[in-house]
Write a protein that binds this ligand. Structure first.
Ligand code: HEC
Length: 180
């Protein structure tokens, strides 16, 4: 029995490690960071403020580049990065550096990644199409949430089934060895 308990315990620990690793960025935490640290200068899908509209930023730019720009845009500009220089030329205001932890950066990027390229503010067509674009943007955000939720549910179902199967097998083996 002690052996079974220790096996189950190690399976549970293993499950948590795997679960912790797959759970990359937290979108809700990222949104919180964005609201408190970025909305003074940026919108998502509502046009330029002091800085550019960040709708679809991760479709336009490399994730690593975006992380570096957020950490220290001036450093990136001074290093001679063409994209960084071009965007600075356009806005002429230096974006302040941000000292985020790795987790905070992951959360923030996960939040930014949720926002599709199609920015409703940029669409200059009939009201009907604008509504369609807004709706499809909402759909997409919702689908991303659904995808990660169902992933988490599936993960725990698989883990539970594996643990139960292990139990069942262990009991069957224990039963056999008693008989024998
Ligand atoms: C004080 C205003 C200000 C704040 C606060 C700010 N930014 Fe910026 N940001 C800018 C400006 C201005 C630019 C344009 C580039 C430049 O002038 O250096 C920019 C550019 C960017 C770019 C590059 C956009 C592109 O099209 O390449 C990203 C990404 C970005 N900001 C993300 C963020 C995030 C995320 C936050 C919050 C953590 C944030 N910024 C906070 C002003 C700001």
């Amino acid at each position: 029995m002690e052996r079974i308990v220790s096996i189950v315990m190690s399976l549970a620990v293993w499950g948590m490690v795997v679960y912790g690793n797959v759970q990359e960025g937290n979108v809700v935490a990222g949104e919180q960071i964005f609201k408190t640290r970025c909305t003074a200068c940026h919108t998502i899908g509502k046009g330029k403020l002091i800085g550019p509209d960040l709708a679809g930023i991760l479709d336009r730019r490399d994730q690593e580049w975006v992380a570096q720009f957020i950490r220290n845009s001036q450093e990136l500009i001074e290093s001679g990065d063409e994209q960084a220089k071009a965007i600075f030329e356009e806005f002429k205001v230096p974006m302040p550096p941000h000292d985020f932890s790795d987790q905070e950066m992951k959360d923030l990027l996960a939040f930014l990644a949720q926002h599709p390229t199609a920015s409703p503010a940029k669409v200059t067509t009939t009201p009907e199409t604008s509504v369609a674009v807004v709706e499809s943007a909402e759909n997409q955000a919702w689908r991303t949430t659904l995808k990660s939720t169902s992933f988490h549910i599936a993960f725990w179902v698989v883990t539970t089934v594996a643990v139960l199967a292990y139990f069942a097998l262990a009991f069957v083996i224990a039963g056999y060895s008693k008989e024998g």
